[in-house]
Write a protein that binds this ligand. Structure first.
Ligand SMILES: [Zn+2]
Length: 79
C-alpha cells in the first residue's frame, strides 16, 4: 500500500497524460512525457517508469498508478 502522500493526480486527454499540478514548482496542468499505454503498464505495480517534468526538470520515479493517481516512490509534499 503506497501512502497517499506519494500520489499525483493525473488526467488523460487525447493521447497525452497531464499532471493536475506539478508537485515541485506548482505549475498547473503539466503534460508529462508519458503515454496512456505506459500508465496502463504502471497499474498494478509490475512496471516502473521515471518521468522528468518539463516545467522544472524534476525527476520522479513512478511505481504504480490507478484510475486517478500516479504513485511515486517518495512523498510529494505540496507547498
Ligand atoms: Zn514543475
Amino acid at each position: 500500500m503506497i501512502p497517499f502522500r506519494n500520489s499525483l493526480p493525473y488526467d488523460i486527454q487525447m493521447n497525452d497524460v497531464y499532471a493536475t499540478e506539478c508537485p515541485f514548482c506548482g505549475q498547473a496542468h503539466v503534460r508529462l512525457p508519458l503515454k496512456p499505454g505506459e500508465v496502463a503498464e504502471l497499474r498494478g505495480g509490475s512496471r516502473k517508469r521515471a518521468v522528468v517534468f518539463p516545467c522544472c526538470h524534476e525527476r520522479l520515479q513512478l511505481v504504480d498508478a490507478d484510475a486517478d493517481y500516479l504513485l511515486a516512490d517518495r512523498p510529494l509534499d505540496r507547498k
